[in-house]
Design a protein around this ligand. Sequence first.
Ligand SMILES: Cc1cc2nc3c(=O)[nH]c(=O)nc-3n(C[C@H](O)[C@H](O)[C@H](O)COP(=O)(O)OP(=O)(O)OC[C@H]3O[C@@H](n4cnc5c(N)ncnc54)[C@H](O)[C@@H]3O)c2cc1C
Length: 470
Amino acid sequence: MAKGIPMFDGYLVIGVLTRQGPEGETSAVGLIAIDTENMDGPEMGLTLFNCANIIYATGGPAGMYLTSVYPESHTGSSGIAFEAGVRGINLTESQYGIASTKFRWNLSGTYQQVIPRYISTREDGSDEKEFLEEYFENPGQMLDAIFLKGYQWPFDPRKIEGYGSSLIDILVYNEIQVKGRRVFMDFMHNPAGSLRGGDFDFSLLSQESCLYLKNSGALLKTPYDRLEKMNQPAIQLYRDHGIDLKTEYLEIAVCAQHNNGGLAGNLWWESNIRHFFPVGEANGTFGIYRPGGSALNSTQTGSLRAAQYISAKYSDAPLSMEDFCQAVATQVEDRIRMTRNLISGCGKGSNVLEFRARAQSRMTASGAHIRSLEACERAIRECLDDLAAFETKTQLACRLELPHAFRNRDILLSQYVYLCSIRDYIRSGGKSRGSYLVSLPGGRLPMDRLGDLFRYELDDGSFFDKVFYT
Ligand SMILES: Cc1cc2nc3c(=O)[nH]c(=O)nc-3n(C[C@H](O)[C@H](O)[C@H](O)COP(=O)(O)OP(=O)(O)OC[C@H]3O[C@@H](n4cnc5c(N)ncnc54)[C@H](O)[C@@H]3O)c2cc1C
C-alpha cells in the first residue's frame, strides 16, 4: 500500500494459466479469477491476470478436512496448482491435534494442564459418559497423559507407547470416527478417577505434573478454578466467542492444524513450473517434525527469496496481450464452460456446503492422523467419482455460490493428490511418523481394547533422508 501497488481484493483465483516453451518447459503466465463482487454480468466475474511471475501464498489446503483448526475462510488453493502441473513434495506430512470445533482453537498448554474431564455423548447429546478411564491401567496414568498433552500438543505416534499423551488423540478419534459419538472437554468437573472424598487427589499425579500445578498455585478444586488461576485470558477468549467454560462443555475433535508438505519449490522457492513461486504454508518446506514458530518465519523468508530472484532474473514484462490470449485461450474457455454449467441450474436449491462436508468427512476419517491403505484407496475412488460428477452434481442456489463451488473443486483436486501421496507412502512400506499413525496389520496395538485399525509400527527412519515427490 505504501508503494502504491494495486491490490485486487475479493478475487478468488480458480486457475493457474500456463504455456509450453520452445524447449518443452512449462511457465506460468497468468491467473484466472472470479471477481466475487461482480458475478452478475455476462462475464460472470471471470477476470484474467496476465502475469510475468506469480508468488503463490494461498496457505495450506485446510478445506480438505472436516475437523480443522484453520480459520474457516482459509481453504487453500493447492488443487489448481497441481492441476497446472506444479509438483507436490512430502504431502504425507501434516500436523493434527486436539482443538475446539464450535470456535476453532488449539487446546494446548494450560487447557490440558488443568486436567479437564473428557466425555462423549451420542450424536443427539444423550448417553453422556467419561470414556478415557477404561483404557488406562490406573487413573494416575490417565491424568498424566492429559496433563502432558498440554506441551505435547500435536499428535505424535512416538508418544503413544507407555500410555503416552498421544493416546488421548487416538481415543478421541475412536469415539468420533469409529463409534460415531461426539466428544467434549468439561472444565466444570474433575475426571471421576481423580476423586478422593469428592476432591481432586493430586497425589495420583506424577511428581512432574503435581509440582507444576503446585508451583503455579493451582492445586485448586476444579479444572475451571485451575485454569482461572493459571491463564485467565484462556477463559476470556472463549467467553468472547460465546462459550462459557464455567457453565458449558467444549466440543472437540482431533483437527488439522498445519501442512508441512506442499507445493515443491527450489532454493529460490520457484516450482517446476517456471515463474511460479509457492511460498508460505503452500510450499512444502517444513519437513516431518516442524519446529514451532517456523511457519510464520517461512512465510516471510520464502516470499523475500522469491522477490530477490525475480528482481535479479525475471524482470521482463508480461506477454503481449496477443501472445497471452493465444497461450491461454483453451484453458480460459474450459473455465468459462465450467462456470456456465455451474450457474445453469441456479435456483433449484443448493448442495454446495453439503457436497463440501461429505468430501471433508472423507479426508478427516481416512487421510488425517489415522491412515490405513484400505481406507485411503477407498477415499481416492470416492474422490475421483466426486471430481467426475462435480459439474453435474453441484447445485447452486444463485451465482453468489460460485466461489463456494470452485473452492469445492479445489478441495477435491487437493484431496486426490494428497491421498495418492499417502497411498504411495504406505505402499512403499512407510510407517507411522510425524503426526500420523499408519494402520499396519500385524503391528502392535496401543492397548488391547482398541480395534485393529490402530495396529502400528513406528517408522524406522529409513525414509528420513528422502523427500517424497508427487
Ligand atoms: C491455530 C493455528 C495456530 C498457529 N500457530 C502458529 C504459531 O504459533 N507459530 C507459527 O509459526 N505458525 C503458527 N501457525 C501456522 C501459521 O499461522 C501458518 O503457517 C501461516 O499463517 C501461513 O501463512 P500463509 O501466508 O502462507 O497462508 P495463510 O495465512 O493461510 O493465507 C493464505 C491467504 O490466501 C488466500 N487465498 C487462498 N486461496 C486463494 C485463492 N484461490 N484466491 C485468492 N486468495 C486465496 C486466503 O484467503 C488467505 O488470505 C498456526 C496455524 C494455526 C491454524
